[in-house]
Design a protein around this ligand. Structure first.
Ligand code: SF4
Length: 245
């Protein structure tokens, strides 16, 4: 995928969607039990609207066309349900990518969620998203109204400049994930923001909190922490992103 920084994330999202979706099926590279959240059935997809310097799936999201196995929503939910049954899990997620790149991937995701919740009604599906496309197409958000859905929006920067250097996307798109959060809260859906805690100072985090309050966002900010793989540190170095211990 041709890419120059900073890029337009709408274009990148649309191009990624064209590469990773075919006839309602999406490219995935594995399905696994994962220890996070106390144990969660996990599908690793490829394709993202951003290209974060710290992405642990950087090359898969840069070159999603290297994968060639498309899965229908039914195949994805069936594999996840099998893992959950084997491990006695009740949590589910899709990760390693952005689940919502456009209408096709959105509807694929909805079908995965609906099938899982129908087959295992006491489950929780955690939608891990960068929130960009949901902020860009807020009309889609009301379709996420499942009581068993939790939506975690990973904010990438505390302001326009840090957003651009971390995601590679143009700074003017910084607000979109925040607009998605605002709409989710307005509709009463269970959503919250997350931020990479070791990349920002206390003052920067406080500024972000104030910014979220200005948008009337009530949910608490969750902190995640960097997986310091050597390639992650190299990519961060290339974009001049420092770890703030
Ligand atoms: S939003 Fe997530 S999946 Fe996409 S590039 Fe960033 S870290 Fe990777």
């Amino acid at each position: 995928m041709k890419l120059s920084f900073p890029f337009d994330p709408v274009e990148r999202s649309e191009e990624s969607e064209r590469l990773v979706m075919k006839d309602g099926q999406r490219l995935y590279h594995r399905f696994r039990p994962a220890p996070y959240y106390g144990g969660i059935a996990t599908a690793d997809a490829v394709g993202c609207s951003f290209l974060c310097a710290y992405c642990w799936n950087y090359n898969r999201n840069l070159y999603p066309q290297r994968f060639d196995k498309f899965y229908s929503s039914h195949e994805v939910s069936s594999r996840l349900l099998k893992i959950a049954r084997q491990r006695s899990y009740h949590l589910f997620r899709i990760t390693g990518s952005e689940p919502v790149l456009g209408e096709d991937s959105f509807h694929h995701l909805l079908k995965v969620i609906i099938h899982i919740l129908r087959e295992k009604p006491r489950s929780i599906f955690i939608l891990e998203t960068n929130g960009f496309y949901l902020g860009y197409r807020q009309d889609l958000i009301e379709k996420l109204n499942f009581p068993a859905l939790r939506i975690r929006i990973a904010l990438k920067g505390v302001d326009e400049n840090t957003f651009q250097s971390i995601t590679g996307a143009k700074k003017e798109f910084f607000q979109y994930p925040i607009l998605a959060l605002k709409e989710l809260e307005k509709l009463g859906l269970k959503a919250w923001p997350a931020i990479m805690g070791d990349l920002f100072t206390d003052n920067e985090i406080e500024r972000l909190r104030e910014h979220l309050h200005e948008h009337s966002i009530q949910a608490e900010l969750e902190f995640e922490y960097l997986e310091r793989y050597p390639f992650v540190l190299q990519n961060m170095d290339k974009r001049n992103i420092q770890i703030k211990e």
